[in-house]
Ligand binder design. Structure first.
Ligand SMILES: [Zn+2]
Length: 166
């Protein structure tokens, strides 16, 4: 088997965190923050459980890292790994927290992320370097499996319902 690169190794950790969310019925998206080659914070999507629009994996991980460092400004060199291309809110939070480098796995399909536009806009006098497509297949499979499972369950429900009606 091919040896994993450093980036892939940390993305695997984000995938593992995403699976924790999956067990709780959340859309499986995971994030980790790495500082000096160590995972210092983890987060997974908890939108359904918390019923909060802001409970994205990246936000959870950034909040934890800020608490850990007692600072809204993360130390220079912090990296964020997330299994799906970040939405504008999370990209904004990454810039606000001064994340140095952001790696994501799967690409957001509908081009609604504006990742590069935001990353290079330099609105906060800070640029976050972005690298997309790390373990892309694994990361997107996690999501497609989840959504096809959901559709399958919905279909089964519907079939049961029509059986009851007949
Ligand atoms: Zn987000």
């Amino acid at each position: 088997m091919k040896k994993l690169t450093r980036e892939e190794k940390f993305m695997r950790k984000a995938i593992a965190v995403a699976k924790r969310g999956l067990k709780q019925g959340e859309v499986p998206i995971g994030a980790v923050i790495v500082y000096e080659n160590e995972v210092v914070a983890r987060g997974y999507n908890r939108r359904a459980k918390l019923q909060l629009a802001s409970a994205h994996a990246e936000m959870m991980a950034i909040d934890k890292a800020c608490k850990k460092f007692h600072s809204w400004r993360l130390p220079e060199g912090c990296e964020l790994y997330v299994t799906l291309e970040p939405c504008p809110m999370c990209m904004g939070a990454s810039l606000n927290a001064r994340v140095s480098k952001l790696y994501f796995g799967a690409y957001e399909q509908k081009g609604r992320s504006l990742t590069n536009e935001l990353a290079s806009a330099n609105l906060l006098n800070h640029k976050t370097e972005v690298v997309g497509g790390v373990l892309e297949k694994e990361c997107s499979r996690l999501l497609t499996d989840f959504f096809s499972g959901m559709r399958k369950r919905a279909k089964e429900e519907k079939e049961k319902e029509s059986e009851r009606e007949n």
